[in-house]
Design a protein around this ligand. Structure first.
Ligand code: ZN
Length: 432
């Protein structure tokens, strides 16, 4: 009785704290009840509207889009375009005081910055909640996030603990980890009995390996493992399903255009046509994925080349989602960095190191020994020595006190066999 009352109070506090998010979630859930034909018709309307909006409200698209021409004749937006036209892509009516800037990896190794605001963030979270519900999760059910990026782990103390209590969501900083930390995470899952785990594929797979090796029993409360931000290999998926005894749901999206697609409980990947329009264009033997955000009226992304490959699939799924199907091709590949003390560092940590140091055309960190990395840079002029030394100090503090970083200026950085740029490459001799 008391437990029920406490659950109801928590649910009420949760909905009050995130009223906008819950309202958006309800709208998204209504779309799930539509037919395939209805969601596709809605998508075409949304597409025409966002193209017209972008042409009318941004300097960048005003010169670039011809709304009277067919959509497939509009130009492709590359990551370099975004790097060079960030301000011109921002809607003229945007209130700059309410707008934040965030960074992510660009296509050729230059950091890409984009604008965001609270409305975009709330819609992203609502879209994630809808995807989670595919596993049987309901708002308020426990989630543990394993995030590498520090901007997702803000604040501390009582306010944060209250937020975690109300939402049922807890975030563990997973930028780097070792065996001891993996043990702590496994214990935390056992103690808090969450319904979902979410994080980068490489981190969840390491945790799964640890749980299997140590024969740790995971709680039966778990209903889904949501893998994000990286390619998910069959081996990683198998390890996670074995360790946690529940289904793995692969998600597809990026920071600048989230909620592109997610797997359902039948293991099929559905494209969220109420949030994005996705195309697959054949090029050089691969199928390039091109996305248009249907909802971003702050900084529109129209025909944005994601740098990933995949295909749209015909057919329906028995899960009940009306959204069409797709499959991922070969995509993002990054290596984990390891240190002599047994620590493992998530690659995104290195991506954030060069933010704001500019002007960099390309970069790549290559680990050549447990205590040595080479930073390859393509830049018109040498970077500021003080900033570089500050970066080295940060790595010694965060990664390993003995880590040396040698900076090499080069003319170009060769691409990997798949054609993708790799920001982080581990070239360590095999030790085990
Ligand atoms: Zn399905």
């Amino acid at each position: 009785m008391i437990a029920q009352l406490s659950d109801r109070l928590r649910d009420w506090l949760h909905r009050r704290r995130h009223a906008e998010r819950f309202a958006l979630l309800e709208g998204l859930l209504r779309h799930q009840a539509l037919s395939r034909a209805e969601v596709l018709r809605q998508q075409q309307d949304d597409l025409a509207n966002i193209v017209a909006f972008a042409a009318a409200n941004t300097d960048f698209y005003r010169d670039r889009l011809a709304p009277d021409r067919p959509f497939i004749d509009q130009p492709i937006l590359t990551k370099d375009d975004v790097v060079h036209n960030r301000d011109a892509m921002l809607a003229r009516g945007a209130d700059r005081k309410q707008v934040g800037i965030a960074y992510t990896g660009g296509s050729t190794g230059n950091p890409l910055a984009y604008y965001w605001d609270a409305a975009k963030h709330e819609l992203m979270r609502a879209g994630m909640m809808r995807a989670y519900m595919g596993s049987g999760w309901r708002p308020g059910d426990g989630i543990i996030n394993f995030w590498g990026a520090s901007q997702d782990i803000r604040g501390g103390g009582i306010a944060r603990r209250y937020g975690e209590y109300v939402t049922g969501e807890r975030t563990l900083g997973a930028r780097d980890f070792d065996e001891r930390k993996l043990g702590e995470w496994a214990a935390c899952i056992g103690a808090t009995r969450p319904v979902l785990l979410q994080g980068y594929a490489s981190i969840l797979a390491e945790l799964a390996r640890y749980v299997i090796d140590k024969r740790i029993a995971m709680p039966r409360s778990l209903r889904g493992i949501y893998s994000t931000a990286e390619v998910l290999t069959a081996e990683q998926r198998e390890a996670m399903e074995r360790a946690f005894s529940c289904r793995v749901f692969n998600q597809y999206g990026c920071r600048e255009v989230p909620n592109i697609a997610c797997e359902c409980r039948h293991g099929n990947m559905h494209v969220f046509t109420d949030m994005v329009h996705l195309e697959s264009l054949p090029q050089d033997g691969a199928d390039r994925l091109i996305v248009t955000s249907l909802t971003n009226r702050l900084m529109p992304f129209i025909r944005y080349d994601l740098g990933d490959s995949g295909r749209l699939l015909p057919g329906d799924c028995d899960c009940g989602w009306p959204f069409p199907l797709m499959e991922m091709g070969m995509c993002r590949r990054n290596d984990l960095i390891r240190t002599s003390s047994g620590k493992v560092v998530y690659p995104a940590y290195f991506n954030s190191l060069l933010n704001g140091i500019g002007p960099i055309r390309q970069y790549q960190f290559v680990q050549t020994a447990l205590d040595r990395m080479v930073l390859k840079l393509v830049s018109e002029r040498p970077l500021d020595g003080v900033a570089l030394e500050a970066m080295r100090q940060k790595v010694r503090r965060d990664v390993d006190g003995a880590m040396l970083i040698e900076v090499n200026y080069v003319d170009a950085i060769p691409r990997s066999a798949s054609g993708k740029h790799r920001f982080i490459v581990a070239e360590l001799p095999a030790t085990d």
